[in-house]
Design a protein around this ligand. Structure first.
Ligand code: SF4
Length: 477
């Protein structure tokens, strides 16, 4: 799959738009049409797109660029390419020309420009070509986030990554190392993390910490002593936040003692993730636990006193259809978690799924739409509302991930990380700190990355601390 850029270099916008029509390809920038090629160009005040196949022009589209700012130019280029490709390969595109990760953030941007709800609605529908259902969803989520975002202004969030899991799931692209190989490194990892925690605690001592989120990986992969050590480090170094979450994602890492330890350290929110309640799928995706293990873990969590439990599920797992999703939702309804996060499967570059893609029949758009409809209806029946949402590259059907929750059970951290209105400092291997600075020109967002590899993190911890020092000192003044 080739593409040509003429008089601009917005490669990402063009590639992400092409990906909606032709996912999981290699996208190569060329100078002249060769094989199947998408050309995008700026020509005077117009954005122009053309599609060629073996040198022959198959379709073309051009439109006027509304204003001379970067946003308008990129928007026009994406729209031209989208409309041109629609002529060659008509697809269903629930989010229209929107390629961004955060549709609700776009609603916020429009509100900040002074648009009313009706104007936001019309612009999403008519300019971005979003379907009426998704337009409604984006506005609903943005409204639900409003209170949390406004309440969190001036505060900061903290993320701590524990990059170990019992096994690696088929679709995983996170920083995660299988424990059978890495068990001996866990304590040394915690030594390095402790250094980073102590340094960061000094840096943010005058700031109000709104949320702490310990994720990974699977933090409950740590044994009881290691988990206690981690939570003690957090307690001794940071002020207690409004929200404290620990991912207990994999049921095969949970026991009553660990759940009691979490409770003892006042962890207020945990996440136990079945992904599906069908045993054959769990085997297919490489999770070393059964449906029954999930039920037991959930019941133990209630027994230990946890009253805010999230459960993650994924739609579009290999071999699953509406009946599998109905079964999963039946099981979750019986347990009545406080929130459910519904993901649609994304084929991520660093995953085993991507490497072995030819062995799977991927879920069709229509099936995914039906499965999403089931989860939307069933969560509503359980008294939940959508409260946060994000999209990823290469999601099947170009849909979205949605967090649903019962009233007052939103996850502050999830909302803040999506809406990018506050700085979130990330510690541990693979941590990606995001700083948000308010400037007269608008929000200035910068990132500071930790290395992904556990070994590199351990040996280069002083360098990671130095990166934080340089990147954060001015922002946190
Ligand atoms: S539990 Fe999560 S982090 Fe661990 S391997 Fe599976 S997807 Fe990756």
């Amino acid at each position: 799959m080739n593409y040509i850029l003429k008089n601009h270099d917005y490669s990402d916008d063009i590639v992400v738009t092409i990906m909606m029509f032709y996912p999981n390809e290699k996208y190569i920038q060329t100078e002249t049409p060769d094989g199947f090629t998408v050309l995008s160009a700026l020509d005077g005040g117009k954005a122009v797109a053309r599609v060629y196949d073996s040198g022959e022009e198959k379709a073309g589209f051009s439109l006027d660029i509304a204003a001379n700012d970067e946003h308008s130019v990129r928007f026009a280029l994406r729209t031209a390419v989208f409309k041109c490709l629609m002529q060659v390969k008509p697809i269903k595109a629930p989010w229209g020309t929107l390629t961004g990760v955060r549709p609700a953030k776009l609603v916020w941007t429009m509100w900040n420009e002074g648009l009313t709800d009706t104007e936001v609605h019309d612009r999403l529908l008519n300019s971005y070509l979003v379907t009426p259902e998704k337009t409604e969803l984006a506005i609903k989520v943005a409204k639900s986030e409003k209170r949390i975002v406004e309440n969190g202004r001036g505060k900061i969030g903290l993320y701590i990554g524990i990059p170990f899991c019992p096994t690696r799931c088929l679709y995983c692209s996170f920083t995660s190392y299988p424990l059978d190989k890495y068990a001996k490194k866990v304590d040394i990892y915690l030594d390095a993390l402790e250094k980073e925690i102590k340094f960061t605690a000094g840096l943010i001592k005058d700031k109000e910490l709104e949320s702490i989120y310990i994720g990974g990986g699977t933090p409950t992969s740590l044994n009881e002593a290691q988990l206690t050590r981690l939570l003690t480090m957090v307690r001794d170094n940071f002020k207690f936040p409004a929200e404290y979450t620990v991912e207990a994602g994999r049921p095969d890492t949970i026991n009553l003692e660990k759940l009691r330890i979490l409770k003892q350290f006042d962890v207020g929110r945990i996440s136990i993730n079945p992904q599906t309640l069908n045993d054959e799928t769990l085997i297919a995706i490489g999770r070393r636990h059964t449906v029954d293990d999930f039920y037991k873990a959930f019941e133990l969590a209630r027994q230990a006193g946890h009253t805010h439990i999230n459960t993650d599920i994924i739609l579009g797992l290999p071999g699953e259809n509406e009946s599998h999703v109905t079964k999963t939702m039946d099981g979750l309804e019986r347990l009545s978690p406080e929130s459910i996060t519904v993901h649609t499967l994304a084929v991520k570059r660093a995953s085993r799924l991507k490497e072995t893609l030819d062995s799977y029949e991927l879920t069709t758009f229509d099936l995914m739409e039906k499965m999403l409809d089931i989860t939307a209806k069933r969560t509503a029946k359980m008294g939940m509302q959508p409260y946060y949402m994000y999209r990823q590259k290469n999601m099947l059907g170009n849909f979205e991930n949605v967090g649903y929750c019962k009233p007052s059970h939103e996850c502050i951290y999830n909302v803040q990380i999506m809406e990018e209105q506050q700085s979130i400092i990330a510690l541990g291997a693979g941590g990606s700190t995001k700083t948000v600075e308010k400037t007269p020109q608008g929000d200035k967002i910068e990132r500071i990355f930790n290395v992904k590899s556990v070994d590199d993190y351990i040996t280069r911890i002083d360098e990671m601390i130095q990166r934080k020092k340089q990147g954060l000192e001015n922002v946190l003044k």
